[in-house]
Write a protein that binds this ligand. Structure first.
Ligand code: GLN
Length: 193
């Protein structure tokens, strides 16, 4: 039976995440049906969820107004996996230090928006990630800094700063794992390796 995968499709790299989910599922001997989520009522049927990057203020506003936010919280309370990337990480965090972002508190971390610089400071770096045997090519675009880590595991650091974390079923990355053809971060988040 196929897994039901949901990608929050308010904004951001939706099709790239969908491709990476399918690719990771195949690599783990599974198949995944991917649904784009723009309204409430879909998350409860999902086995796994992706929260893409984009603009965290806009994503947060829509998750609240469409009443998707509480459904994501129930999904995590049930122990089902979530991969939250870049702006997704900002929304998933416990605190983003910005009143315009209503944090979901899925990850026990504090983040600082745009702390890795502006659009022109975007960069790609090979990262050692706990659970992956080879470095992962990581693309950072106006990425958030994870400034404080509470009860969460740091999976990767760049320049001595955490850039990937796990808190129970939720994995958050400052970078964009969907922008390379490598689906191992999706594999790690959804299949554990
Ligand atoms: N700078 C964006 C924000 O703060 C995040 C950037 C991204 O998702 N690439 O919401």
């Amino acid at each position: 039976m196929s897994l039901n995968a949901g990608v929050i499709a308010v904004q951001g790299d939706v099709s790239e995440h969908a491709d990476a989910i399918r690719q990771a599922a195949t690599a783990h001997g599974e198949t995944a049906d991917v649904t784009e989520i723009r309204q409430s009522g879909i998350v409860p049927d999902c086995d796994l969820l992706c929260m893409p990057g984009g603009e965290s203020t806009a994503i947060s506003r829509l998750l609240q107004s469409e009443e998707i936010a509480p459904e994501i919280q129930v999904h995590v309370e049930a122990g089902k996996p979530v991969l939250a990337t870049c702006a997704g990480l900002i929304v998933a965090a416990a605190d983003a230090g910005d009143d315009r972002v209503e944090n979901l508190g899925l990850l026990d971390v504090t983040v600082e928006r745009n702390a890795f610089g502006r659009q022109k400071d975007s960069f790609e770096a090979p990262l050692s990630v706990t659970g992956l045997s080879e470095p992962f090519p990581s693309v950072f675009i106006r990425a958030p800094l994870i400034s404080e880590v509470g009860d969460a595991e740091v999976l990767a650091e760049w320049d001595g700063r955490p850039v990937a974390v796990r808190d129970g079923p939720v994995v958050g990355t400052s970078f964009h794992p969907e922008l390379t053809p490598d689906s191992r971060i999706h594999g790690l988040a959804f299949f554990g390796d």
